[in-house]
Each structure stands twice: as structure tokens, then as C-alpha cells.
Design a protein around this ligand. Structure first.
Ligand code: NAD
Ligand code: 6OD
Length: 490
């Protein structure tokens, strides 16, 4: 573990600095509720200094660097993340409590992949060009040129901290922008560690900056209000997205939002039963249910409903809690006491609203050393009405409601009965039905017979309350660049 994890500082203009506020806030380890480190809280002057450094870096060596050199540098960043895999792993686990069985397979590898993939996308995606006939017969050639948008404000959440932050920083830098990152106050460590990587690789000062603090009247709000931030990319709660959108209206700055979800899974009777149980178990419980793409509402065809519920119960009751560094541990705690209180509030609401509890519903027994942690049991309910708060609101915990259906039409209608529109997972062996249902569920991402299988070249994003815009592959280039047209009279 590095010294930056013990007292986590800002990273501004290539330097680690405590900043000017003189204030710190605690970073708590979710597995036991104990103090991990103290985080230096940014003042408004620190935020403005980070933005000024990012703005200045646009016209320095970074701004003049050929694309080949820039993208090679980002491959270097990916390689350095991989070389320091254990440092990133330990920092991520200390902040989140998530087991190494998840972090070492998903979070840290994706932290490196997000730089590699977008470096390659930038080098390989062409711009448009058109020949125009003109009355004099000479014609004109139009071609597109992509230029960086400028300073990008990146605001990221706590559930997949390195993955979701680099998913924005990778393409932003690949396109030649500079960034100021405000990681979640709950999970500041890997964003800070990435500053060390940037210096090791020789990324010029000011290209990557990190400030720490909270949202309203703190670093998040000050960053999004700074007029020198040219675009804002945000992942987090829908309500926070609404606030940031208002902040971004000042100066008409573009936003890209990946927000909440209340995703549906649909399991048909002809599905590969074991694969469906396994897939829905991951979609409901992976990362302790703290995945925006997760499934909190599952519709199961009536003829297999009871068998499916029993098989999923067995999965839910098979999770192993405890030491995140033990490869046998399969479920971590929730991120904070506050978030656990929120999730337990929904557990209580499910009871009072008449749910039948199939599994869980409370706090698991853990070893004495972890009793101060924020644990909850993987939980399965059935029997709640469609207007229950448990069915309508994003809970973001390891919990799922099962509902039987009799007809495809009914399953589609129930899946679509939500203001969110992020993701769905459909389980069937009927090919025609798979495509038909995929076309009718109102979401940005549909998985058929799988879940969270990611190809970073594809579009990613949600509709309705789940977000604005698409990122991934060429769609990231659309957000992180300005496309200019040049018309040449021949
Ligand atoms: P959050 O919205 O509370 O916080 C996210 C970030 O926004 C944090 O860094 C926070 O400090 C900052 N913030 C809060 N208020 C702000 C303001 N007024 N101005 C600027 N910044 C502000 O979200 P969270 O609790 O960290 O994450 C959980 C939520 O994120 C869930 O709703 C989940 O669905 C969503 N999420 C969505 C996706 C997706 O891809 N759609 C991915 C991960 C998480
Ligand atoms: O895989 C990704 O790129 C991505 N944005 C995942 C989001 C997960 C939400 O919790």
C-alpha cells in the first residue's frame, strides 16, 4: 500500500498536495467500520487550481503531442496499472470491502483495458468525407476533423471506482483532452494512485488532476460550476444528475450521464435453467448488488417459477462473507453505514408491504472482527404489488423481487413499467423470441443469455431516468471531441 492511501491528497498539476482548506474527512473501511485513511478535502481554490492546470496543459506538450505518441503513452498507463496491480487491488479493496474474487477479475483489469481500448479506437476510427458536385463542375471536398473538447470534469461513484472513473478518463485523454476527476468521497484511493502512474509514465503535468470532497457546496459542485470546464461526464444517482445538469446549464456545457436503473430480468420456461439461475444470481447479487446494471426485478414464466425461486434461494444462501483478500469470499459489505441503513429500510418496507421473503432479509452473521462492517444478506422476495416502493425505486443492494408471468406480452409490459431504462437480461433458447423481446424492452443495453458481458467498442448508456448520451467505442469519441467540417473548393 502506498503512502497516498494513508493520507490521501489532491493531485494537481502533476503534484500531490494536501490543498489549502486544512480540512480532512475520514475514509472508512466497509468491512469493519474502522478508519482507513484521512482524505484532504479540496477548497474552492484547489478546485479552480486543478481546472487552471488542466486548461494550461491543453496548450503545452500534451496539446502538441502527435496522436501516435499520445496513444502509446496511454498504453503505457495501462501497462503501469497492470504492473502495480496489487497496489490498485489493495487500495480498491480497502475503500470498498469488495472481495478479491471480484476486484482482481473485474475492477483492476478494466482499469487498464479502459486506456488500451480507447487508445486503439482513437487511432482507428475514421472521420466522414463527402464529395460535393458544384455548378462550375470543379466540385468540393468535405472532410471531418475531430479536436478535443478541452477540460473534462469527471465525476464518478463508489461502486466500481477505478473501472467507472477510467471508463471516462481513458477516452477523454485518448481524444487529447485534459481531465479533473472528482472521485466519490467514499472511494478516493485508486483515482489518487493513478496520479502516481501518470507521473511514472511521463504524462505531462496538468493532464490528469484529482480533487477530493463531496457534492453540493463542495468539490463536485465547484468543479461543475467552473466555466473553464468544457464538458461534464458523470456516473451516479439520477437526482445528482439533475443537480449537475442545472450546474452545467451555466455556459451551455454538454453532459454525458450514466445514472440509476431498476433493471428487469426475464426468464422464459425454455431457458437453460442452470445458466439462467447462475446469470440472475450474478445480476442480482454481484458486488453486493451495487451495480447499476444489476437486476432487482425478475419475471419468471409461471411453469418454472417455484423451481427457479428455490434454486436462486440456494445461490443466495451460498455466499461467503468475510476477509476480502481470501479468494473464497464471494460477497463484500455495502459501501457505508448510511447506504446499509437505506437498503435495510427497503428490507423493512418489503415486510410491511406484504412480501413473502424467500431468502435473507437481514444482516448475516460474520466473524467478530467484521461485526462493525456494513453487511446485509442477499435477499429474495416475491408477492409485492407493482406500485411497491421496493419495486419502483432503485435499492442498490443484494436483493431481487421475483414475479411469475404467463405470457410474453405480460413480461414485456411489466419490465417496461419503470421510469428507468438502463439494462435488461433475457433468458430463453427461442431465438425469435429473444430478438422480439429485446426489441421491445425500453433500455440502452440488452443481454440475452448473459449479463455484464462487455465489449468496450459498443454503445453504453440508458434512457429515461437512466441517463443521457452514449459512451463506448466511437460513441465516446462523439462526446469527448468536437467534430469540425472542412469544405475545400477543388
Ligand atoms: P451519487 O450520485 O451520490 O454520487 C456520485 C458522485 O457525484 C460522487 O462523486 C459525489 O460526490 C458527486 N456529487 C454528488 N452531488 C453532486 C453535485 N451536486 N454536484 C457535483 N457532484 C456531485 O452516486 P453514488 O451514490 O456514488 O453511486 C450510486 C449511484 O450511481 C446509483 O444510483 C447507481 O445506479 C448509479 N450508477 C450508475 C451507473 C451507470 O452506469 N448508469 C454506474 C454506477 C453507478
Ligand atoms: O462496464 C462499463 O463500462 C460500465 N460503465 C459499467 C457500469 C456499471 C455500473 O455500476
Amino acid at each position: 500500500m502506498t503512502s497516498s492511501v494513508k493520507q490521501t491528497q489532491q493531485f494537481i498539476d502533476g503534484q500531490f498536495t494536501p490543498g489549502t482548506s486544512g480540512k480532512t474527512f475520514p475514509n472508512i473501511n466497509p468491512i469493519n467500520g474502522k478508519l482507513n485513511s484521512n482524505i484532504c478535502e479540496a477548497s474552492k481554490a484547489d478546485v479552480n487550481a486543478a481546472v487552471a492546470a488542466a486548461k494550461a496543459a491543453l496548450t503545452g506538450p500534451w496539446g502538441k503531442m502527435p496522436v501516435e505518441a499520445r496513444t502509446n503513452m496511454l498504453h503505457g498507463v495501462a501497462a503501469e496499472i497492470s504492473r502495480r496491480f496489487d497496489d490498485f487491488l489493495q487500495a480498491e479493496i480497502a475503500d470498498t470491502g469488495k472481495p478479491t474474487s471480484i476486484a482482481s477479475h473485474i475492477d483492476i483489469p478494466r482499469g487498464a483495458a479502459n486506456f488500451k481500448v480507447f487508445a486503439d479506437v482513437v487511432k482507428n476510427v475514421p472521420t466522414e468525407s463527402f464529395h460535393l458536385d458544384t455548378p462550375d463542375g470543379r466540385g468540393a471536398l468535405n472532410y471531418g476533423v475531430r479536436v478535443p473538447k478541452g477540460v473534462i470534469g469527471v465525476i464518478s461513484p463508489w461502486n466500481l471506482p477505478l473501472l467507472l472513473m477510467t471508463w471516462k478518463v481513458g477516452p477523454a485523454l485518448a481524444c487529447g483532452n485534459t481531465v479533473v476527476v472528482k472521485p466519490s468521497e467514499e472511494t478516493p484511493s485508486t483515482a489518487t494512485l493513478l496520479g502516481e502512474v501518470m507521473n511514472t509514465v511521463g504524462v505531462p503535468p496538468g493532464v490528469y488532476n484529482v480533487i477530493h470532497g463531496f457534492g453540493p457546496d463542495s468539490a463536485g459542485e465547484w468543479l461543475t460550476q467552473n466555466p473553464d470546464v468544457n464538458a461534464i461526464t458523470f456516473t451516479g444517482e439520477t437526482r445528482t444528475g439533475e443537480a449537475i445538469m442545472k450546474q452545467a446549464a451555466n455556459g451551455v456545457r454538454p453532459v454525458s450521464f450514466e445514472l440509476g436503473g431498476k433493471n428487469a430480468g426475464v426468464v422464459f420456461a425454455d431457458a437453460d435453467f442452470e445458466a439462467a439461475v447462475d446469470g440472475i444470481s450474478r445480476a442480482a447479487f454481484a458486488n453486493s448488488g451495487q451495480v447499476c446494471l444489476g437486476t432487482e426485478r425478475v419475471f419468471v414464466e409461471r411453469s418454472i417459477f417455484d423451481r427457479f425461486a428455490q434454486a436462486l434461494k440456494k445461490k443466495a444462501e451460498g455466499f461467503v462473507f468475510g476477509d476480502p483478500m481470501n479468494p473464497a469470499t464471494t460477497m463484500g459489505p455495502l459501501i457505508s453505514k448510511e447506504h446499509r441503513d437505506k437498503v435495510l429500510g427497503y428490507f423493512a418496507a418489503a415486510k410491511t408491504q406484504g412480501a413473502t421473503i424467500i431468502a435473507g432479509g437481514g444482516i448475516p452473521r460474520v466473524a467478530a472482527e467484521y461485526e462493525g462492517g456494513h453487511w446485509v444478506q442477499p435477499t429474495i422476495w416475491t408477492g409485492l404489488p407493482q406500485d411497491s416502493s421496493v419495486i419502483r425505486e432503485e435499492i442498490f443492494g443484494p436483493c431481487v423481487h421475483l414475479e411469475p408471468f404467463d405470457a410474453e406480452e405480460q413480461a414485456v409490459n411489466m419490465a417496461n413499467d419503470t421510469p428507468y431504462g438502463l439494462a435488461t437480461t433475457i433468458w430463453t433458447t427461442d431465438l425469435a423470441r429473444a430478438h422480439r423481446v429485446a426489441g421491445r424492452i425500453n433500455v440502452g443495453i440488452t443481454w440475452i443469455n448473459c449479463w455484464f458481458l462487455r465489449d468496450l467498442r459498443t454503445s453504453f448508456g440508458g434512457q429515461g431516468l437512466s441517463g443521457i448520451g452514449r459512451e463506448g467505442g466511437v460513441h465516446s469519441l462523439e462526446f469527448y471531441t468536437e467534430l469540425r467540417n472542412v469544405c475545400v473548393k477543388l
